[in-house]
Design a protein around this ligand. Sequence first.
Ligand code: BG6
Length: 307
Amino acid sequence: EQPQAVKDTLAAYVKEGKIDFSEGGLDWKELKEVTRFYFVACGSAYHVSLVAKNVIEDLTEIPVECDVASEFRYRNPKLQEGGMVVVISQSGETADSIAALRLAKEKGLPVLSIVNVLGSTIARESDHVLYTCAGPEISVATTKAYSCQLAAGYIFSLLLAKAKGKISKEETRSLTEELFLLPGKIQQCLSFDQEILPMAKELKDADNIFFLGRGLDWAISMEGALKLKEISYIHCESYSSGELKHGTISLIEKGSPVIGLLSQEELAGKSISNIHEVRSRGAKCFAIRMEDITIEEEDFAHNLIVP
Ligand code: BG6
């Protein structure tokens, strides 16, 4: 269902090629005045916020803070006037996220929520709502809702960049068009069973699996690690490629499986040098990478190319 769910989510906010959030009560003039964003969420939704932070800061230069909702509510956060709180939640009913939303409102900040369930508590109590169109998310391990939250996050970032005058009409149009290629690319990924199966067979008896990534790849790998442990019961953690050496690398021994995410050309060289570090300790490495990122085949037991 993921291709359709993502397509529906994009189509809900892009009308005749133009981004339009008016249904969510979000006026771009209000958005234009926001000086800082505070993203608050739990689990997979929190991982989405880390992607949104990367994209918003990159496109708009507006600072974004991300908090796990259960921490936010207990750390007495300092929220600046002019800021906006963004709560991301599939169900719209997660207790810590609701508490974070109420705290934000108490402190006088407007709240925008990205929610999947219509009329849920978070949707009702927010000033603005962007609904994702994932349909019912039956699985505990959210998949299509996560993808839809990412799509909504990207669209939101583009509108923001446009409102702030950071990207031109043409750039907005071309990036929006690019987003509409995603459902087809997701469909392609869903047909990779033959490539994934041998990799899964090699990983199925592992006690520990490590994900490594930088920037966006790190944010995405956190979700990979969460999904993997949640549904396979194999212990799995994600580390920022550059941070691994500060302690955790001592866990890497002969045969330790390490999955490296390589999707950003400008960071790939650095990430690959971290792969070499773990390889020199005997790790068995797997790559999930974009086609145009060059690797030395012998560094990886398997490498999966995504569109
Ligand atoms: C957890 C789920 O309990 O709640 C995660 O296992 C989910 O998959 C998290 O991301 C947050 O839920 P929600 O509904 O607020 O997005």
